[in-house]
Design a protein around this ligand. Structure first.
Ligand code: WT7
Length: 637
């Protein structure tokens, strides 16, 4: 069964009609979507919720296995279509093409390996793997037998890995001996050994040999993937799961210390990721869709693995980095596989935009039909560069706003259907009911007027996370307490007179200076206007008179330009564009800013440093460049 045609909205008029129906009668709307899938037993109750507890359940009483929907279902109609096309880090190594039938067999075999190694329904399995097809196989094999996967991004340190293993009390760890990212070898197994040194819950480690190099294997604990495969059958029955059984845990950093293990469940996540994928990207059966995210993030879970496979589309995955062997690699891959859909992040776009256009001009990008962006607001300059040079002005750009917690895309244009505009995530998907709230938490009802406020969601959607693993209270505190009865996103948004949303950034980065609400983003933009400034970050720190004052961390293109004159010029620039109130009291020139691996500035840490409160910087395990922190502290003003 091709599910594509009956799920895809085909015109803006239809979007408006479907959106209206989805908010007036959500249960009827989602029933129609859910009916397109394979269920072992139909659900009894479409939706039950109470945002105060908070408790949400979708399709309760329904029984299914998500892998029957990702794999078995497609065997009847398109067994020989590629499920995955994989491009290795090294362009001289062979790419791999894995059909739906082949993936089905691999998943069944590995499901049996998991069982042989003592894994049962409900057990947690930690996956710490490179971007190789076996990561997808391992995820789906867990789902096949009802085990809960917890993927940990392979760039994380051993400390971060061990805390995630223990928080989820994972029994089994799956990893690779080592792999290459660009020219760098990453000794994954060694990092695992380090993580497992102290107390931990792991009983077995399965090691995939990605390279020929030997690694140390601990007797009775560590086994090789390939050896284990020799012992098992090719068929594995799909465990019967309740719609609300957990499918996976994925950790995301919070504004306070410890990462939160967001729990996503089976039925709603399946329905939500497929529906959003089909509608935002509008894929056709023969397309080749490529999302450049790492599967260690929610973008990879929902839009490399589950969404595309559920929809029966070919998903391309890439092991390497955009700069290896040179900055033309992305464009080379697009040409090589005739990519139709290219979904990436603003930070990648900005770094590629700095490179000479000759990297692009060497390649034929004519196959492209749709471009996508995710992760942070895409600034106007990057949007235009992407549109002009990659999309050649004929590919719609879908700026998709969502979160680890939302599981699926929430606000986004539908490719070719919604008109796009730089910086605007545009309109909510059917079934998504956003609200803008004023400073008193009151909803600013849409009445054809422009408005700005905090972004909340008024009603449940199927793919939303149901809890924080082992910490339901934290789930309630973080998402359902700021505005009782609503899910709070932590983001701010602007809505224009036509109802289109522009995400303005985290509202938790707002600083109140002398009673004035100041968003850090516009101040940073003003600083960045100065021709000598490469990047900046603004945070608040306690101030005797003003309550809070602003501290600016500024990276210069040329560090030798640092001077008091330049500090004055920067302040003038801010006064000019925003007002004197937004002038920072302190400006520190720095070499780098602490960033998460997804490219976000860790303002939480900068805020502590600026406040001279460096005794407990909290969890820095999610940082890309934690080594720069000492330098920033030493030069604090
Ligand atoms: C936060 C969620 C969801 C996948 C990747 C990030 C920001 C995400 C956009 C966008 C503006 C965006 C928000 C959000 N964000 N997409 N298109 N425009 N901001 O997942 O790590 O859970 O981060 O990323 O601030 O709250 P995440």
């Amino acid at each position: 069964m091709e599910i594509k045609n009956d799920l895809q909205i085909k015109s803006f008029a239809e979007y408006k009609k479907v959106y209206k129906q989805s908010t007036e009668n959500p249960e009827e709307f989602w029933n129609q979507v859910a009916e397109k899938f394979t269920w072992k037993k139909r659900w009894d109750n479409t939706l039950a919720y109470d945002f105060n507890k908070p408790e949400v359940s979708w399709f309760s009483g329904g029984k299914l296995n998500i892998t029957e929907n990702c794999l078995d279902r497609h065997l009847k109609t398109q067994p020989n279509r590629n499920a995955i096309i994989w491009e290795p880090n090294n362009p001289n190594e062979e790419s791999r093409h894995i059909t739906y039938r082949q993936l089905y067999v691999k998943v069944c075999q590995f499901a049996n390996v998991l069982k042989n190694n003592g894994i049962k329904k409900g057990d947690r399995v930690c996956l710490y793997m490179p971007m190789i097809p076996e990561l997808v196989v391992a995820m789906l094999a867990c789902a096949r037998i009802g085990a809960i996967h917890s993927v940990v991004f392979a760039g994380f340190s051993s400390t971060a890995l061990s805390s995630r293993i223990n928080d989820s009390s994972s029994k089994l760890l799956i990893t690779a001996n080592e792999y290459y990212r660009g020219t760098k070898a990453i000794p994954l197994k060694e990092i695992c050994d380090e993580a497992l040194k102290n107390y931990n819950t792991i009983e077995k480690v399965i090691v995939y040999r990605r390279t020929i190099n030997e690694v140390s294997m601990q007797k009775n604990r560590d086994v090789y993937w390939f050896d284990e495969l020799q012992k098992v059958d090719l068929e594995a029955p799909a465990e019967t799961m309740d719609a609300e059984d957990p499918l996976f845990i994925l950790y995301t950093s919070g504004s306070t210390g410890k990462p939160k293990g967001m729990v996503h469940t089976t039925g709603g996540y399946m329905v939500g990721t497929t529906y959003s994928f089909q509608n935002v990207f509008q894929p056709e059966p023969e397309d080749r869709y490529w999302c450049t995210a790492d599967i260690g993030w929610i973008t990879g879970h929902s839009y490399i693995v589950y969404g595309p496979l559920l929809a029966g589309v070919t998903s391309v995955m890439f092991e390497g980095v955009p700069s290896y062997p040179d900055y033309g690699r992305f464009w080379e891959i697009i040409e090589k596989f005739k990519i139709t859909h290219f979904y990436t992040a603003p930070t990648a776009i900005r770094s590629l935009a700095k490179q000479p256009l000759s990297h692009i001009e060497k390649h034929n990008l004519n196959s492209l039909k749709v471009l996508g962006s995710v992760g942070e607001p895409i600034n106007e300059e990057a949007w235009h560069w992407f549109n002009d040079n990659i999309g050649k002005s004929h590919c719609p750009i879908v700026d998709t706003w969502w979160q680890t917690e939302t599981g699926s895309i929430m606000i986004s244009p539908l490719a070719g259907i919604t008109s796009t505009r730089p910086c605007f995530a545009s309109l909510p998907l059917p079934g998504v009911q956003p609200a803008l709230l004023d400073e008193n938490g009151k909803e600013i009802i849409f009445n054809g007027q422009k408005a700005e406020g905090s972004l909340a969601i008024k009603a449940p959607w199927p793919a939303m996370a149901r809890t924080v693993w082992n910490d339901h209270q934290r789930y309630k505190d973080v998402y359902f307490s700021a505005y009782p009865g609503m899910y709070f996103t932590g983001d701010g948004a602007y809505r224009d007179a036509t109802g289109n949303y522009r995400i303005t950034g985290r509202v938790d980065d707002v600083v109140i200076v002398s009673g004035h609400n100041l968003g850090t983003a516009p101040i940073e933009n003003a600083i960045n206007e100065h021709e000598k400034v490469a990047e900046s970050a603004i945070v608040g720190y306690p101030h005797e008179v003003k309550g809070n004052a602003l501290y600016a961390y500024v990276i210069l293109f040329n560090p030798d330009d640092a001077s008091d004159e330049l500090r004055q010029e920067i302040k003038q620039e801010i006064t000019r564009t925003i007002g004197a109130i937004a002038k920072p009291d302190k400006i520190q020139f720095v070499k780098e800013l602490p960033k998460t691996r997804s490219g976000k500035i860790m303002r939480r840490i900068l805020r502590k440093i600026a406040s001279k409160d460096v005794s407990n910087l909290g969890d820095t395990s999610t940082l890309l460049n934690g080594n720069i922190i000492d330098d920033i502290i030493q030069n604090t003003i």
